[in-house]
Each structure stands twice: as structure tokens, then as C-alpha cells.
Design a protein around this ligand. Sequence first.
Ligand code: HEC
Length: 92
Amino acid sequence: MRTILIAMAVAGAFAGGVVQAQDPLKGKCLGCHDMEKKKVGPSFKDAAAKNKGNKDAAGALVAKMKDGKGHPKVAGSDAELKAAADAALSAK
Ligand code: HEC
């Protein structure tokens, strides 16, 4: 019984970590964006389609989010913003 409880706790912690790593958009971006629909900003599907083939799109977007020019300013580390931009621009 004890072993099972520990195994469940470990599995739960692991699953939680994976969810967080897979969803860098949550919290920072999804207040203004939706994957499918236009909200305050364009849907990530549209943005991904528009920037398809542009390898610099995510980097350029991170720069805009840091400056607050061309995109509302978003707080976060470079790595967080880059992960979010990559995820947004690979939306399908
Ligand atoms: C305060 C609201 C707000 C937040 C928060 C926000 N965005 Fe945006 N976003 C916008 C608006 C408004 C635009 C349209 C800007 C324009 O075209 O002038 C936009 C545009 C975009 C685009 C389209 C760029 C293009 O080239 O067409 C992408 C991709 C994007 N945002 C990603 C993100 C990501 C990733 C995050 C989280 C790190 C984020 N946004 C957070 C409001 C927001």
C-alpha cells in the first residue's frame, strides 16, 4: 500500500511537470490569445500560418514582447518567451 502511494505521488509530480513544460503559453499568452479564435490578438493558428517558413519569426516576436513595440509587452525570461513564441508559431 505504502509503495503504491509513493508510486502515485511520483507519477503525479511527473505528470504535472510535463504539463507545464508542454504549455508555456498558459498564463502568459492565453489571456489575449486563443489557439483557434481571434481574441485580443490573432489566433495562434492564423499567426502560425502567416509566419510559416519564417525561421526568424519567433525570435523577432520575443524582441517585440520585450520592447513592447509591435506587440504588447509580456514579462518573462528570454527562454520562457522563446518557448511560448515557438509553441504559438507551431500551432496547427
Ligand atoms: C495584453 C495582450 C497580449 C498578451 C498577454 C500576448 N499577446 Fe500576442 N498579440 C496581442 C496583440 C494585440 C497582437 C496583434 C499585434 C499587432 O498585430 O499589432 C498580438 C500578436 C501576436 C502574434 C502574431 C504576430 C504576427 O506576426 O502576426 C503572436 C504569434 C503572438 N501575439 C504571440 C504571443 C505569445 C507567444 C504571447 C505570450 C508569451 C502573447 N502573444 C501574449 C496581444 C497579446
